[in-house]
Design a protein around this ligand. Structure first.
Ligand code: UDX
Length: 435
């Protein structure tokens, strides 16, 4: 099938490359000509494991193309996927739909024969109706359906998640649309992983899922605080909870709070939609409040470990919002670094993939190291903020030799079971009382 994808970000790009790899002819569209030029050379504009190979393989076989011109991308497409951003209003949290509406307005100019328009961007309930209205008003004689096709890719695992989806949720009310989507995803459809619901329910499923996962993370973070007060160990509590299949063992890792371009945005948008509908989504509101306060709490732990911050060198391991990605958008690590800087901290930072993105924000306010050990060189305190596995595998003797002090504040509990205190470190993690 011929597919047009509007938006080549963390959702559009892996989706386009994945669909091309399934055998479809895909054209990815983006207004950012610079981005399109980079992509046309087979270079990915985001870090995602396996994405470079996927791009180059499908550019070479001619199934994956890029353009900054909407018409080129959609004129003979059978399916057009809208994958543009829906950033939150900084105050109300309401999703900004201007990019969605602009894409729909421009797309309408080129709609003629039957086209399936699928919204993959995370959009408030009822947005599908508005997109349909825009297209009807601006493409009076065109034949099309508008469906909701929410995305569940995790950053850092997008390629793997594309080829092994545990669910493909489709919000549509037309049989023609359903059969086209079944053809589009045929190679990925396994028993029971394709769910057809009405459009508004599909829009809610996305928000309700992300908000639930965010709440689950905030819940285990609150349990971590309780465990510290109660002399328990949150990792053991999480293990015990996770054995209950109704709870599940995923997303029970306590940390500095959830971040990224999705959970913070989607929880706030969901809470906003609740308020607009006169429904008090109290659990989500509480998780938002608690999560927003967490980074300050975590920064204070590092500051108290530093004692006299003016005469203390602090090494920071991890800037990305989680392991596996170069993305620092709404990263708890970056928020903690900014809070430490506001307190006059002298920081040397390292992240395996997010340094370039972090430099755009931190500029010359911190020193940059080329490795974890280099960042620890001469440091009095080491703070671990992102759960990169290379940190957990570090040579502890080399670390001891590099550091000037012996304090480690591990906000991802990477060394929680390594008894570092017996190796001469003053080790502190979360959710467990350490001496
Ligand atoms: C999320 C959803 O998982 C995905 O389905 C959706 O499509 C997009 O939003 P993503 O934002 O990439 O994916 O990251 P995710 O892996 O969900 O982690 C989100 C945040 O929660 C990160 O800051 C991560 O460090 C944190 N987290 C995750 C925890 O603190 N503890 C956990 O146990 C899991």
């Amino acid at each position: 099938m011929k597919i047009g994808i509007i938006g080549t970000g963390y959702v559009g790009l892996p989706t386009g490359a994945g669909l091309a790899d399934l055998g479809h002819e895909v054209v990815c569209i983006d207004k950012d000509e610079n981005k399109i030029n980079i992509l046309q050379q087979g270079k990915s504009t985001i870090y995602e494991k396996g994405l470079d190979e996927l791009l180059s393989r499908n550019i070479k076989n001619g199934r994956l193309k890029f353009t900054s011109k909407m018409q080129e991308g959609v004129e003979d497409a059978q399916v057009v996927i809208i994958a543009v951003g829906t950033p939150p209003d900084p105050v109300s949290g309401e999703a900004d739909l201007s990019y969605i509406y602009a894409a729909a307005q421009e797309l309408a100019l080129y709609l003629r024969d039957y086209t399936l328009v699928a919204t993959k961007s995370t959009v408030p309930v009822g947005t599908g109706d508005k997109i349909e209205q825009i297209l009807r008003e601006n493409a009076k004689n065109a034949d099309f359906d508008v469906i909701s096709l929410p995305e569940f890719l995790r950053e850092g695992f997008a390629v793997d998640d594309f080829f092994h989806p545990d669910r493909i949720v489709v919000g549509c009310e037309s049989e023609r649309a359903e059969s086209l989507i079944r053809e589009l995803y045929a190679p990925l459809a396994e028993k029971g992983n394709m769910l057809f619901v009405n459009r508004r329910s599909a829009e809610v499923i996305k928000y309700a899922s992300n908000a639930f996962l965010a709440m689950k993370i905030h819940y285990i973070n609150e349990m971590a605080d309780f465990c510290e007060a109660a002399g328990a160990d949150v990792a053991q509590v999480a293990k015990g909870m996770g054995l209950d299949k109704r709870i599940g063992d995923k997303f029970l890792n306590a940390g500095p709070g959830y971040g990224g371009s999705c959970f913070p945005k989607d929880t706030k948008a969901m809470a906003y939609m609740g308020r607009q509908s006169g429904v008090n989504l109290s659990l989500i509101e509480a998780a938002i409040r608690g999560n927003d306060l967490r980074q300050a709490k975590m920064a204070n732990r590092i500051l108290s470990a530093a004692c006299d911050v003016k005469n203390c060198k602090i090494a920071i391991w991890g800037l990305a919002f989680k392991n596996g990605t170069d993305d620092v958008r709404v990263s708890p690590a970056m928020e903690i670094v900014q809070q430490l800087l506001r307190n006059g901290a002298d920081l040397t930072v390292y992240d395996p993939k997010a340094m370039d993105n972090a430099k755009k924000i931190l500029q010359d306010k911190v020193k940059y190291a080329a490795s974890a050990i280099e960042a620890a060189q001469g440091a009095d305190v080491l703070a671990i903020l992102t759960e990169w596995s290379e940190f957990a595998l570090i040579d502890v003797n080399a670390l001891k030799k590099a550091m000037r002090g012996r304090k480690i504040v591990d906000l991802r509990n990477l060394f929680a079971t390594c008894a570092l205190d017996k190796k001469g470190f003053a080790y502190e993690c979360i959710g467990k009382t350490t001496n």
